[in-house]
Each structure stands twice: as C-alpha cells, then as structure tokens.
Design a protein around this ligand. Structure first.
Ligand SMILES: [Zn+2]
Length: 113
C-alpha cells in the first residue's frame, strides 16, 4: 500500500511546517489528489489515522480535494475532461497525449495553532 509512504512524507512535511511556525497543534491538513494519481483517498485517510498518533497532528482532520483528470488538445487549444480513460478530444477526436490535470499529489495547506 503506497498510500502509507505518501502519507508519511506528507505528514512529516506538515509537522516540519508546524514546528517552524512555533505551533503546538495541527488542526487540519489539506491535500489535493488527482483522479489519475493512483492513490485511493480512503487508504490515505486510513494511513493518516494510524500515523498521526503521538504527533502534533494527533487531533487533526485530513481534508482531501480530488482533481478530475483533463487533457489538452493541441489542435483545438482547449482542455477537455477525461471521464473514462478516453484521451480523445470531444471536438476534433484527436487523441491527446498531454494529461494536464489528474496527477496531483500534494499538501495544499495546514491549519495550526
Ligand atoms: Zn481537439
């Protein structure tokens, strides 16, 4: 389950930020997860609940924002959504090779006190 590794990195990043700002408690972590990142949000939440024990984030909430996948069509110069792994422009039916969104895997912000 690679969600554990991802959560470990994210949490340690958040804790470092919290410590650097002199916080004594982390209330919330916000993450952005792309639909194509291969990460299961539930697995991430589960990993978080295990890993947060005995840290500044022991009482923290994890908010996950999922980003739908979208591709770029070079011919039409538009971005289009990719609902079912069909990388084809709905206007010109050109297959796209450029995934613009959906691979996000990042810590957006933390709330501390
Ligand atoms: Zn197109």
């Amino acid at each position: 389950m690679h969600e554990v590794g991802i959560m470990q990195n994210t949490l340690s990043m958040a804790l470092k930020q919290a410590q650097a700002s002199g916080a004594t408690q982390v209330h919330e972590l916000r993450m952005r997860i792309g639909a194509m990142s291969g990460v299961v949000p539930d697995a991430l939440t589960f990993a978080f609940e295990v890993l947060r024990k005995d840290t500044l984030a022991a009482e923290a909430k994890l908010e996950i924002e999922t980003v739908p996948a979208s591709c770029w069509c070079a011919r039409c110069q538009t971005e289009f959504p990719v609902p079912d792994l069909i990388y084809e422009c709905p206007q010109c039916h050109e297959p796209s090779v450029e995934l613009r969104r959906g691979l996000e895997l990042e810590l957006v912000s933390i709330e501390v006190s």
